[in-house]
Design a protein around this ligand. Structure first.
Ligand code: IMP
Length: 434
């Protein structure tokens, strides 16, 4: 039975990432005791407004900005230690201490410099077929994990095991670099030395985080699982192969942290009032150039990690419905409604057509996705600013109709509508869980 105030919540992106989860995580984190990441690595980018300043965190959960909150990087996260320590330093400069409240799973896998290089080389090798990755080494690291060649934090902490594992891993990588990419090898001693030096620094952060979360849950603590990227970038449910290499969807929170499924109370999805995508891959509702430029400008649609301009398009109900389904979403939060304020007409894609067949459900066939023609319904815009709306009734009638239409298409309640990046620029329709 669903309780009124859910304790353990999974928050996921329900499109292609960059839905504005950072702001919502920040709101929910205030009411949570633990904030946990379960997949991805420093390919993510959560922008949070903090004391009138914008902070972008790539790896450490943004909940760290709230004193007394405990933040966890689960076993499903891939850790670039260089990026990890850099973020800690940035936080320290802003007066945020992580001591005793940031933990990393001993089972989390490590990203090495050769993973970053392989990411780059593989992309270059693919040419026009490239995925448009963040080049942070995420895919190659997860590939080694699945290949049973990866190195976990716990392995790093055991000097003998680390030396052996690194030797094995690097031998293969250097062979690939030479034979496939005609690239100079990495020095074993150099990488070994750098990582051995990290050992002492990382030691205080390492925990059996599955046990940590189980104990927290037993004590009645509230845990927020923050998804990075979005469901359509999930390696299983996304637009494969144009996806990231982890399970960004709600199921990832279970295997990526070691918490049992019965501990989870609900999964909440975040969408934008339109759609964006960064990197390559099919995007059926992409705007024509003039509209793209307008929305990109108003929505500041540039990647938080790579600075790349995001592609923008109309709200795609097939995408969002697919997310409702595979995540079992109980609520949806709509972000950036204000970005649409100046549009006379607003479209929603409700189906695709490909070779005279109509698709009402999000298809898995990449060719259908690449060539499908979106079927739109058109709604009148509201042509006034929604930025100062604080309650449902403050919204212009056409904006309310638009939100209600999205709700009807998704068949789950929309509980929050965001009309700006500031915390106050938020309309709570159902705040019972916050
Ligand atoms: P990777 O995760 O770096 O391997 O990149 C794979 C795909 O996921 C590319 O299309 C990236 O642009 C996309 N991606 C990775 N992280 C994010 C994110 O945080 N937001 C949006 N897209 C992302």
């Amino acid at each position: 039975m669903k309780k009124n105030k859910s304790r353990n919540v999974i928050l996921v992106g329900a499109q292609w990432g960059d839905e504005g989860k950072g702001k919502i995580i920040d709101l929910l984190a205030r009411k949570s005791d633990y904030i946990v990441r379960y997949q991805g690595g420093n390919n993510a980018g959560h922008t949070v407004c903090f004391d009138d300043q914008k902070i972008v965190l790539h790896l450490i959960p943004s909940g760290i900005l709230h004193p007394k909150k405990i933040c966890v990087l689960g076993n499903g996260v891939v850790i670039d230690l260089e990026a990890f320590f850099k973020e800690i330093n940035t936080l320290a400069k802003r007066g945020v201490s992580v001591k005793g409240r940031l933990f990393v799973s001993d089972r989390a896998h490590l990203i090495f410099p050769f993973h970053r290089l392989m990411d780059q080389l593989r992309e270059d090798h693919k040419g026009s077929e490239k995925i448009g990755t963040t080049k942070k080494g995420i895919g190659p690291c997860y590939a080694d994990k699945a290949n049973r060649l990866g190195i976990r934090l716990v392995d790093l902490m055991n000097p003998r095991v680390f030396r052996e594992r690194l030797r094995l891993l690097l031998t293969e990588k250097n062979l690939m670099l030479k034979k496939i990419f005609n690239h100079a090898p990495f020095s074993f001693e150099r990488i070994h030395g750098t990582y051995a030096a990290y050992r002492k620094r990382i030691a205080p952060f390492i925990q059996d985080t599955s046990l940590l979360l189980e104990n927290a849950s037993r004590k009645g603590k509230r845990i927020l699982f923050e998804g990075a990227q979005g469901t359509l970038l999930d390696v299983d449910y996304g637009t494969y192969p144009f996806v990231t290499s982890s399970n960004a969807s709600a199921g990832g929170a279970i295997v990526g942290t070691g918490i049992g499924p019965s501990r989870i109370d609900e999964a909440i999805g975040v969408v934008k009032a339109y759609t964006t995508r960064v990197g390559e891959g099919p995007f059926p509702t992409q705007f024509p150039p003039d509209l793209m430029a307008h929305i990109r400008e108003r929505g500041e649609e540039y990647g938080a990690t790579t600075g790349r301009p995001r592609r923008c398009g109309w709200f795609d109900a097939l995408v969002a419905r697919h997310s409702v389904l595979v995540n079992g979403l109980s609520k949806v939060i709509v972000m950036k409604l204000d970005v649409l304020d100046q549009l006379k007409k607003i479209k929603i894609c409700t189906a695709y057509r490909f070779r005279s067949k109509r698709y009402n459900r999000f298809p898995s066939d990449i060719e259908v996705l690449e060539k499908a023609e979106p079927i739109y319904e058109e709604h009148p815009g509201w042509l006034v600013s929604t930025k100062s709306a604080r309650q449902w009734n403050d919204l212009p009638m056409n904006a309310r109709r638009y939100i209600k239409r999205l709700e009807a298409l998704l068949q789950v309640p929309i509980s929050i509508v965001s009309v700006g990046s500031e915390r106050l620029e938020t309309i709570y329709i159902d705040a019972s869980y916050i």
